[in-house]
Design a protein around this ligand. Structure first.
Ligand code: ADP
Ligand code: ZN
Length: 607
């Protein structure tokens, strides 16, 4: 029975882990707490019972944009759903209340403040099948999205003793979990915790890249994801704008999103992204909550995030539909310097420094990165993932004693007065203002590192920092100070191992420009979201049709059909309506509504 409902309304043939258990639990009218990662499939856990139970399910949701997306998605599956919030005018809201009283609405999304107003009115007049509290972590002051209205939701359990309550969140920590159960006064709730692993997200970290190389790598990365949506997270507002400008110069449609923009500008950027009018958003951490877009295919961190929690949440916005998606993290000494400063100035200095340290360890890892992430969230796995850069290309070490000694003696001879940039100038024998002014060009170490490109020095210095050979004096203009461990290497008492630097590009020498290397990039390959045997031209044609159909109805393209469904169509190439309806993600409603249009395009490619 419930499998049939899953296919006919949502188009899926199998449940994701835990979905079925949660659904059966709710159908038995019991309370539940559901913890699933972003993209884990929380919505179906309450949407499907709502369809099978008598009455209207009340879904509490903190953001209007989230409600809108969910309601459109449900309606596009032929399910009657409505949203009641302050964003609508009173006539619309009055109509919605009327429809609810008539018992026509299966799911009613409502903001918490509105819900509190309605408990004695609308909710008394209608039959409530269940309460779903979405983003339930908003109830906890410990969480990052605390909403005071959420703390009053305990009235539900008191006023509606017979209606099951299910709370759902992607934030799993224990304090928050206990807070939710306690504050909602859940009755003998069962907690469902699914794995937080997101195996479809590839993990990749690039260390010590300079500005130019970062940009070049980013362009190449986006080229590989031609036409596919993605987010570039930057540390500062300024950087989001600079990177966006560079992307625009490359012909990539890009929006900017940060807290310094007006609400209107931010909404516009978000809408443009959701509706595929721009391919990329360059954003600060302000961007993300309220984005339900299922076909974000990649996330890049242009700078190191401040904690593993933020990092995991941000990369989690990619690949909600379960298709392979790529993530890429750049990290440099400059990031660490800044983040360290922020942590020290914050009012939770110890905690924030520790979080940053864990983030650095992740970026420096020489074991499977996913194992580190899962372990951080309290899950252990017994195997390497095969989908991170460490698994694919295990780091190789070499005896780097001489390199370390050159760098450390450079620091020593300046009397530990330099930061990384000047140190590199000194080692490379460059003529920079500071080098000349301070007379560093007279030092014995001047130019001893000429054989190593500046960008490789960046990388080695970061490795040395993490190996503890020197420290950065944050309170002294970020000058480098040699540590005890560093002295041992400097004076030849211990050897130092460094990791071989790998670059993606092949280096070719171009004729005419002697000695000046030019970099050609590796051949662009197809995005990993493509299936084996798929026709990429057909996919493109289907995508264009989807965009047209979406624009006609003024809804986001991924609500017409998901990327996954499009890829499947371009692989299976069904030519009858029945075969079309078999494809995952196509339920009865979508089959009838869109079948003819899609079959027309597919037929052209099959002949
Ligand atoms: P969450 O709210 O946990 O972030 P969603 O409920 O938005 O996740 O689901 C993420 C994506 O996975 C959606 O595109 C949804 O349609 C899809 N999905 C959910 N359940 C299934 C399933 N059983 N089979 C295939 N896809 C599913
Ligand atoms: Zn791995």
């Amino acid at each position: 029975m419930i499998e049939k409902t899953l296919k006919s309304y949502f188009g899926y043939t199998h449940f994701r882990p835990l979905q079925e258990a949660v659904i059966r639990h709710i159908l038995a009218r019991k309370d539940a707490l559901v913890l699933m990662p972003t993209g884990g499939g929380k919505s179906i856990c309450y949407q499907l019972p709502a369809l099978l139970m008598e009455g209207t399910a009340i879904v509490v949701s903190p953001l209007i944009s989230l409600m809108k997306d969910q309601v459109e998605s449900l309606q596009n599956n032929g399910i009657i759903a409505r949203a009641l919030n302050s964003g609508c005018d009173e006539t619309t809201n009055a109509n919605i209340r009327f429809e609810c009283r008539q018992g026509r609405v299966k799911l009613l999304y409502i903001s918490p403040e509105r819900l509190l107003l309605e408990t004695n009115y609308l909710l008394k007049d209608i039959k409530v099948s269940l309460f779903a509290i979405d983003e339930a972590h908003c109830i906890s002051q410990w969480g990052h999205d605390f909403r005071p209205e959420y703390t009053q939701l305990n009235v539900l359990r008191r006023q509606f003793p017979d209606v099951p309550i299910v709370a759902l969140t992607a934030t799993a920590d224990k304090i928050t979990r206990e807070d939710i159960v306690r504050q909602l006064e859940l009755r003998d709730p069962q907690t469902f915790i699914s794995s937080f692993d997101r195996p479809n997200l590839s993990l990749d970290v690039r260390r010590g890249y300079q500005q130019k190389e970062k940009l070049r790598t980013l362009f190449e990365f986006i080229r590989r994801h031609r036409g596919e949506s993605g987010i570039v997270y930057c540390m500062s507002r300024n950087t989001t704008e600079k990177v966006a400008e560079k992307l625009e110069e490359q012909g990539i449609r890009t929006a900017v999103y940060h807290a310094g923009l007006s609400v209107r500008q931010r909404d516009e950027a978000q809408e443009d992204f959701i509706n595929d009018r721009v391919q990329v958003v360059c954003a600060t951490i302000a961007f993300g909550m309220g984005i339900d877009k299922s076909n974000v295919r990649w996330v890049v961190h242009y700078n190191l995030p401040k904690s593993i929690e933020s990092y995991y949440q941000e990369i989690g916005r990619a690949g909600r539909d379960g298709l392979p998606s790529d993530t890429l993290l750049f990290y440099s000494i400059g990031d660490i310097v800044l983040l360290k400063k922020f942590a020290q100035e914050s009012n939770q200095q110890d905690i924030n420094e520790e979080k940053l340290r864990r983030m650095e360890q992740y970026a420096e890892a020489d074991i499977c990165r996913r194992r580190i992430l899962l372990n951080y969230f309290g899950e252990t796995t017994d195997h390497d993932c095969g989908n991170c850069d460490v698994c694919r290309n295990p780091p190789q070490r070499f005896d780097g004693t001489v390199i370390v000694q050159k760098a450390l003696s450079g620091i020593a001879r300046t009397g530990e007065q330099v930061g990384t940039r000047t140190l590199i100038d000194l080692l490379r024998g460059s003529v920079s203002q500071e080098v000349i002014e301070k007379g560093y060009d007279k030092l014995k170490t001047y130019g001893v590192g000429r054989d190593i490109p500046g960008r490789d020095w960046q990388d080695y210095l970061l490795q040395m920092l993490n190996l503890g050979y020197f420290e950065i004096a944050y309170n002294e203009g970020n000058r480098l100070k040699i540590t005890e461990a560093g002295r041992k290497v400097l004076f030849g008492h211990e050897r130092a191992e460094l990791v071989v630097i790998r670059r993606e590009e092949r280096v070719v020498r171009t004729a005419g420009k002697k000695g000046k290397p030019a970099y050609t990039l590796v051949e662009p390959t197809l995005s990993p979201a493509f299936f084996e045997g798929e026709d990429p031209h057909l996919f493109e044609a289907l995508r264009q049709l989807r965009k047209r159909l979406a624009d006609q109805q003024a809804i986001p393209a991924y609500l017409v059909l998901s990327d996954k469904t499009l890829h499947q169509l371009a692989t299976v190439r069904p030519v009858t309506l029945a075969a079309f309806g078999e494809v995952s993600g196509i339920g009865e409603f979508k089959k009838e509504k869109y079948g003819k249009d899609f079959l027309e395009v597919i037929t052209q490619f099959v002949r």
